[in-house]
Design a protein around this ligand. Sequence first.
Ligand code: MG
Length: 364
Amino acid sequence: MLAQYAVANNRLSEREHEEPGHEYRSAFQRDRDRIVHSKAFRRLEYKTQVFVNHLGDNFRTRLTHSIEVSQIARTVSRSLNLNEDLTETLALAHDLGHPPFGHAGERGLHRLMKNHGGFDHNEQSLRIVTRLERRYPLFDGLNLTQATRLGLQKHTPPQGSSHFLECQVVDLCDEIAYNNHDLDDGLDSGYLNLEDLSSISLWKRLWEQVNAEFSEIDQTVAIRHTIRGLINLMVSDLIENVKENLRRHNIETFEDVLAYGEGEESPTPLVSFSEPLRSEVIQLKKYLFRNLYRHAEVVTMNARAEEIVSRLFGFFTGNIEIMPQEYFNRDDQDDHYRIVADFIAGMTDRYALHWNRKILGVDG
Ligand code: MG
């Protein structure tokens, strides 16, 4: 039942190394399964999203974030008759390359790698699935389809000037997921509060609706019910607006999608919110930036995280022989800076903290 503008199961399905097809799973289902079985995927459980992993068991981690993105993106994808298997694959894989300690870890690693090719989590996701995972006898990496590999390089559309729709959907659903779960975790942690939030139009509207409908409602339940409403509102607006964009720009085929916006300065992506909602989401994002991502506690944790990453990098570039042997068994030409960056980026928060203590001699 796929639309003509979707990625069909036999499109972009070539693998780096030729393999026979599977009896009952599509190429994109196999990609998803390979990702779920990878080591990098399991490690997402102990990597920070915003709140450092050991601060509390109720906060999102990069694993639960990825699952939330996948579940939202699948709904959108299915409603638009896009390829749900490919969408799910991209959503589950989109943060595989994230270093420990969230964006602070990435910032730190990029700074340290500045003169050695830099560091970018999207590029790293691709390195993981094409080279670093080792579980197949005949090749390194997971040997995923071209669609999945292209989809992980968010910033490089395959051809023409637009990315395929499944990739755009995952990108926007990533935003829907984190805006909402960061609100939830932010309120739960006490870093955000309801008074400040009442200045945000989107929140105010839904919060008032919930409280008008249920006058005796418990505050915690009211918060969760409001967030549930927010997700639903964003998802519904997105689906309707994509349909409208496809109609307005006469997008019928996969080729139309790729050619969309060719030669234009910065065309509005086909997968985008309606204009009124877009400005309200921007207001919400600015609020989260000022009050959560720049919260004193978060900023302090981030500074500490950058310091740890920097200590680890200095230590391992000077003592490279200590690193696990598997990092040297590859057939490529990477310099030792890149090998150390791969090792650090692959660490979970707690494994990085373990090495930090070891280097400082705090414990054995
Ligand atoms: Mg994400």
